[in-house]
Write a protein that binds this ligand. Structure first.
Ligand code: FAD
Length: 447
């Protein structure tokens, strides 16, 4: 039997889990597995706010691909176009070199990018919270604002540098604001010239509630915790313009501000747009078996795909969460194997297990299986859940040790500065302009 060439794009929750299952259930003589990944790690995104807050180091949540995967061929680079008819994926290696990789089956898991709107200045001045570079750069930027405000005599400058705005009242935005607010409030001891009342975090969301998926009670509990810490939560409010030192709100108010974190939703990776395949709100349209309708060689899952939520029905699609991506991976791997060895495809079904939201320190809110938890029990569950969900013993040990060390020794407020040369723009950190047009793809594959 000829070896099947299985190509997996993206080593996040969906791609990494798919490859692990393929390695387990396919013999080396049955399939050659190739994984395309820009980094040598799988990133455990839910703990990104802890990296931004300096609670854990970036290495702690970077699960090493070369150690965890046994026989997968890893190509260091990013897929920039896929020709589904020619069955070729174009990859830009980290050197910049373009290579065409032919496959028999492709599993598309490139995840998502920050969904930005046509708001003047957002792409230039907005900061994302989707990858390690953004988290590390945000931490440096926040500490730099305190340092600069502390050393400035200009009142306007001090005010703008001490105002931090997070747009997005979902779990990513709330966790980011909560964890970083703890950084700025505990840093005040080290910046004696700063007026504590000037240091201010504001969370904006167009919705009338924070984190609606948590239910009304827990959403209100999270809001109360933030309010107690002085975080100004403004609902049914967003921004209309972002400048270098100000943010204009939908209410017309202009806030002097030099830090805008944008977490108001995600959009499928631009790679999906190169396929010429049907999409649902930008996500790749797939069936409940995760295959593109009418094809048995193209699968999509995770944030990049619109996977039908069969149990909910009514055209509902699965939410873009790690919980769903990891479980979809098992079905995708099963169906890839069925395509190679023969057999029927399986359908993806999953009932939401709930959500955990870490608000820093001992504060958290959680809704496991419909139960409502807050305070220490919620925090214990949140941290226990992350430790279980993180792949690999070493990563778990690193995170647990970092939590312990931070509780014991606190923050050192070091600004590393090694990303200082970057523009800070969303498109820069998330490489959204890296992709080929359909014409360029045709030339690259045809030529
Ligand atoms: C701050 C934050 C907190 C979160 N907290 C939670 C939580 O508590 N619970 C939960 O369930 N979910 C949470 N999520 C959502 C969850 O992280 C995502 O839904 C999940 O990561 C989606 O998995 P994925 O595999 O589709 O994408 P990702 O995990 O993002 O993986 C995509 C991978 O593809 C790579 N890639 C991108 N483009 C290309 C390309 N062109 N070629 C090759 N590789 C590419 C990326 O580098 C990445 O490694 C959180 C997200 C964020 C940002």
């Amino acid at each position: 039997m000829e070896r099947s060439r299985v190509l997996v794009v993206g080593a996040g929750f969906a791609g990494f889990e798919t490859v692990r299952h393929l390695e387990k259930h396919l013999g080396p003589q049955e399939a050659e597995i190739t994984l395309i990944s820009p980094g040598g790690y799988m990133l455990y995104l839910p703990l990104l706010p802890h990296v931004a807050a300096g609670v854990i180091s970036s290495r702690s949540i970077a699960v090493p691909l070369y150690r965890m995967l046994k026989r997968t061929h890893i190509v260091p680079g990013g897929a920039i176009g896929v020709d589904l008819d020619a069955k070729v994926c174009v990859v830009r290696k980290i050197t910049g070199e373009l290579v065409n990789i032919a496959y028999d089956q492709i599993v598309l898991c490139p995840g998502s990018v920050t969904r930005s709107f046509d708001i003047p200045g957002l792409d230039k001045y907005g900061r994302g919270m989707k990858n390690l570079a953004e988290a590390v750069a945000l931490r440096d930027h926040v500490i730099a604002q305190l340092e600069l405000a502390n050393s400035s005599l200009d009142q306007d400058e001090r005010r703008a540098r001490c105002q931090f705005v997070v747009v997005g009242g979902g779990y990513a935005g709330v966790e980011t604001a909560a964890c970083l607010e703890m950084v700025t409030s505990s840093a005040l001891d080290h910046f004696p010239r700063l007026d504590p009342s000037q240091v201010r975090w504001t969370v904006l969301d167009m919705a009338p509630r924070l984190m609606p998926e948590l239910g009304e009670n827990l959403g209100r509990a999270a809001l109360e915790i933030l309010a107690r810490r002085g975080v100004d939560v403004r609902l049914e409010t967003s921004v209309t313009a972002v400048g270098a030192d100000s943010v204009t709100l939908t209410s017309g108010e202009v806030l002097p501000c030099r830090t805008l974190v944008w977490t108001a939703g995600v959009a499928a990776s631009p790679l999906i747009g190169t396929l010429g395949s049907e999409t649902v709100r930008g996500r790749l349209a797939v069936g409940s078996d995760l295959a593109v309708p009418g094809r048995r060689d193209v699968f999509g899952l995770g944030d990049a795909a619109a996977v039908p939520d069969v149990d909910k029905g009514d055209g509902a699609i699965c939410p873009p969460t790690a919980q769903y991506a990891m479980r979809q991976a098992r079905v995708a791997a099963h169906n890839v194997i069925a395509g190679i060895k023969g057999g029927g495809f399986r359908e993806f079904r999953h009932k939401d297990l709930g959500l955990v939201v870490d608000l820093g320190g001992t504060e958290a809110v959680a809704r496991p299986l419909g139960r409502e938890l807050r305070g220490l029990p919620a925090q214990a569950l949140t941290r226990g859940y992350h430790l279980m969900a993180l792949p690999g013993f070493r990563s778990r040990a690193r995170v647990a040790a970092a939590w312990g060390m931070h509780a014991f020794a606190g923050d050192d407020f070091i600004r590393l500065g090694f990303l200082a040369g970057r523009t800070g723009a969303l498109s820069d950190y998330e490489h959204t302009h890296a992709y080929l047009s359909r014409e360029e793809l045709g030339e690259q594959v045809g030529g």
